[in-house]
Structures are given as C-alpha cells and as structure tokens.
Design a protein around this ligand. Structure first.
Ligand SMILES: Nc1ncnc2c1ncn2[C@@H]1O[C@H](COP(=O)(O)OP(=O)(O)OP(=O)(O)O)[C@@H](O)[C@H]1O
Ligand SMILES: [Mg+2]
Length: 480
C-alpha cells in the first residue's frame, strides 16, 4: 500500500511551509497543523498514513501527541522532529513508539530518505496483515480441514469444544496425519486468535539447546550467551505454544514444562526472577506416549497434565472415505498455487489413490498430488502420472472397504495387547513374525503343490532358507 496522506505538525510556520511544498511536489496529499491539539483533532477526523511532528510545540507536545494519536489510530506511523541539542527527546519518542526521528535543521534529502523507508515499512506491514488474514482464512475448520469420516467429525467436535477454553490438548497421530494443522485450528478458533502461535519441534533441537529455546536465557548464563534471549514461552505470551514431538523431550525438561503448566511461570536460564506467562499449551506426538510412561521415559504426571483433552488422529488408511475429498482438495489447491489449468483424476487413478496404503498419511497424499500436477501436461491425470507410487508393493488391490494386511495385523495386535498394563521383556517380535511367516509359506507351498524350488522363487528367498523355515516353523508338508 503506497503512502498517500501525510500530516505535518509544527508551530513554526516556515517549517510547515517548506515541508508541505516539498511533499506536495512529490505527489503526497499534505495537511498542516500548528500545534499538538490541532494535529490530534485531524488524526481523529482523517486517516493518515504518516504524521511528521515537531517535539516542541505549545499546548500539547509531540510526545503527548504520540501517545494520544496511537490510542486513536494504533497503526499510525509517526516521525518526530527534534533539535539536535535535545537527543534525549528523540530517544524518548522512539521508546514511545515513534517510527523514526529527524534532527533539525535537516536537508530535504533526509526527509525523502525517511519517506522512502516508511513506504517500505508500510508495504511490509500491510503484507503482514494480509498474511494474518490469510492465516485466519486458512484455518477456518470448515474450509481447510478436509474429511468427513466419523473419525474426523469427532475431531471437529473436539476442536469446537476446546477452542473456547484454555485447556491443554494432546494430539496424537502418525506422521503426516495433520497434527500441526489441528493445533493451528485450535488456536485460530480460540479467543487467542491474533495473539502469537509459536511452534517448537522438541525433536529437532539438540537437547542442550532446547531449554534455552523454551525458557530463554539471561546474558552470560552460559558461554556464548552474549545477549539475553527470550524463549518460546515468552514469545507465545497470551497466545498458544505448540510443543511438537513432545515424546522426545528429555526427562529433566519435562519437569520444567510441568511447572509451567502448574504455575504459569517460567525462569530464564541464568535468571533469578520468575516471569508470569499466560500461554495455552497444545502438544503433539507420533509416539505412543502411554507406552513411554510405562517405560519411565515420560513423566506420568506430565502425561496426565497434557492429556486433559486428547485428540487422536486416525491414519489415512483407516478412514479411506476421506481420500477422495482430499485428492480433490489438493488438486484444486495445487492448480491454484501453481497457476496451472484445473486438473482432475481419471477414475482409474482415483481408484488407485483410494486403495494405496499411504504410510506417510495426508502429507504423502498432498505431495503425491502436487508432484503429479507439476509433471503432467494433461488436465486428466492417469495412473502413469503417479509415477512409481503404484509399482511399489504398497498398493493393496482390494475393495475399498477391505483393510490392508498391515491394518488388520495392527488392529489385531492392539486388541490382543489391550489391557496388558506392562509389557515384559520377551520374544513378541519372533512370535508375531512366526504367525505371519507360517501362513505365507503354507499358502505358497499349497499353490506350488509342495514344490519348494518354485515356492522359494515366488517368495524371493533362498531355497535353503525356505527349507530351514519349514523346519523351524513346524510346517507340515502335504504329499499328494
Ligand atoms: N484433514 C486435512 N485436510 C487438509 N489438509 C490436511 C489434513 N490433514 C493434513 N493435511 C495437510 O497435510 C500436511 C501434513 O500435516 P501436518 O504437518 O499437520 O501433519 P503432522 O501430523 O504434524 O505431521 P508430522 O508428524 O510429519 O509432523 C500439511 O500440509 C497439512 O496441511
Ligand atoms: Mg508436525
């Protein structure tokens, strides 16, 4: 947004005259005021992009004008003019939020340079507000989170319920299921909207840096700490902090997070002061946190503090009805972002996409669609546009309602281990594998009528290995 309207306030008439002449020549619309009160009245009535005000004026000083004007219009940019002798004033003005200052007397070039700078800043700040608006739009649940499966409908309900309060939310789900998306949706639907949303990935930051990232550090707290650093909790004040991959947080830090949750206060490293923070916590993990609690890798008390409201994001392969709408959504988005013609999937391609197991969940689907949209020239995407995706063993050519072997095994494992409070040392790995290997080998031998050479070929293993497995697994060879 370019700079248009400028207000000049100075009690010296010659100054008003010089400035207005120079600025009007450059095409700006300029209003003049002879003192602070008059300037303030004009700010109330008109919307200015910039005010250039003298600090020393009768009635209301430039500093008081600055305070009052910003009450009326918080986004007004103010540049103050001050005599060289009173630099103190300039510093004070900057503290109170002036954008810049000019020392009198000045060349008009100085004014030009400042106006140039203001224009650029306005561009940036209008971009920021556009971005903010865009963010708001992006995280409208209705528009930006796709999926109508029962599992997702549960998630929407929960977002709706938790958004209005400050309760802590723990989001669990495999990688790529949308944990961060949901965390943002909670924030952008809460009263903290407009306040910061600060995300920190606890797995991506080295352990010894994580603490100062989270809580900040005082100058000299450790070697290399040459300046005071504000931590993420302070940055997120009044907003939401998203503790991503919380399962990877070291135990000693878990204790400190617990304290923040309980007391709502933090201490910077090397600091002695407790700082009050008002932060809503949303945490996420792709690990079984309860399992970690059992193994004493995660504090039980913290787990319960975080898990006030749990949200479980189901893997995509277990809510296949969401795939088609997601494909359509990502097709539309990719075409818009890449400014290409709208593209569609052929029935055959859609069927393949719907039957794929998507180990990387929605993220993998999104990337797959984007890649296909970029690479193909045809508005209709066919299976060949999805490259190697379907050559791999991941596609299960089954009716959509049928579950993949992996999903069946997983469900089976979960149900058989449910209720077991503590998993002991043992041989589960071998036992589970046996139960997969045995039927697989039995089935293959059946198909080859007991021909071990062919069975080994089909299975892609060595004949001796097959012989050994038949022995070890106690597979009965049927002779016909
Ligand atoms: N239901 C959904 N509707 C639309 N887009 C989605 C949905 N779920 C996930 N996405 C998109 O998929 C991508 C991955 O989501 P996100 O980063 O939130 O997942 P994550 O669970 O945090 O993954 P990771 O564990 O890998 O960090 C993002 O681009 C996100 O916008
Ligand atoms: Mg994530």
């Amino acid at each position: 947004m370019a700079l248009h309207r400028i207000l000049v306030a100075d009690d010296e008439e010659s100054m008003r005259w010089v400035l207005s002449k120079a600025l009007r020549k450059k095409g700006y619309s300029v209003d003049l005021a002879a003192d602070g009160n008059e300037a303030l009245r004009q700010v109330r009535e008109q919307s200015y992009d910039l005010a250039i005000v003298d600090i020393k004026m009768p009635g209301m000083s430039g500093l008081d004008f600055l305070d009052k004007a910003r009450e009326v219009r918080s986004d007004l940019l103010v540049v103050v003019m001050t005599a060289e002798a009173s630099m103190k004033n300039a510093v004070e003005a900057m503290k109170r939020g002036a954008y810049d200052y000019i020392t009198k007397p000045f060349d008009l070039e100085v004014v030009d340079a400042i106006i140039e700078k203001v224009s650029r800043a306005r561009d940036v700040s209008s971009q920021v507000s556009l971005l903010k608006q865009e963010l708001k739009d992006r995280y409208q649940v209705e528009k930006n989170i796709v999926g109508n499966s029962p599992a997702m409908r549960e998630v929407y309900k929960t977002i709706g319920k938790v958004a209005v309060s400050d309760v802590t939310v723990l989001i669990q789900g495999e990688s790529g299921t949308g944990k961060e998306l949901i965390a943002r949706a909670i924030h952008f639907n809460s009263s903290r909207l407009g306040k910061p949303f600060v995300a920190i990935n606890c797995a991506a930051i080295p352990k010894d840096l994580l603490e100062s990232e989270l809580f900040g550090s005082e100058r000299g707290a450790f070697t290399g700490a040459t300046e005071r650093k504000t931590g993420k909790f302070e940055q997120a004040n009044h907003g939401t902090i998203f503790l991503d991959e919380i399962g990877d947080m070291p135990l000693d830090l878990q204790a400190k997070i617990l304290r923040v949750l309980q007391e709502q206060e933090i201490t910077r490293i090397g600091g002695s002061q407790n700082l009050q923070v008002d932060v809503r916590v949303v945490a996420a993990t792709n690990q079984e946190l309860l399992e970690k609690v059992r193994n004493r890798e995660f504090r039980e008390d913290l787990f319960y503090r975080l898990n006030v409201v749990p949200i479980h994001l189901v893997p995509l392969r277990e809510r296949r009805e969401d795939i088609r709408p997601l494909v359509d959504y990502f097709l539309a988005r990719a075409s818009a972002e890449l400014e290409t013609q709208p593209k569609q999937c052929s029935d055959e391609a859609m069927e393949l996409l719907c039957n794929h197991s998507w180990p990387g969940n929605v993220r993998e689907l999104e990337n797959t669609i984007k890649r296909a949209v970029i690479l193909s020239n045809d508005p209709l995407l066919t299976p060949s546009d999805f490259g190697g995706l379907f050559d791999r063993q991941q596609t299960i050519h089954a009716a959509p309602e049928e579950q993949s072997l992996e999903a069946i095994v997983e469900a089976k494992l979960r149900s058989s281990m449910n209720g077991i409070e503590k998993l002991d040392k043992g041989d589960i790995y071998d036992r589970v594998l046996e139960q997969v290997e045995r039927p697989l080998i039995r089935f293959t031998l059946e198909k080859t009528r007991g021909n071990q050479v062919r069975a080994a070929d089909i299975l892609g293993i060595n004949r001796n290995t097959l012989r050994k497995k038949i022995n070890d697994l106690g597979i009965q060879l049927k002779k016909d």
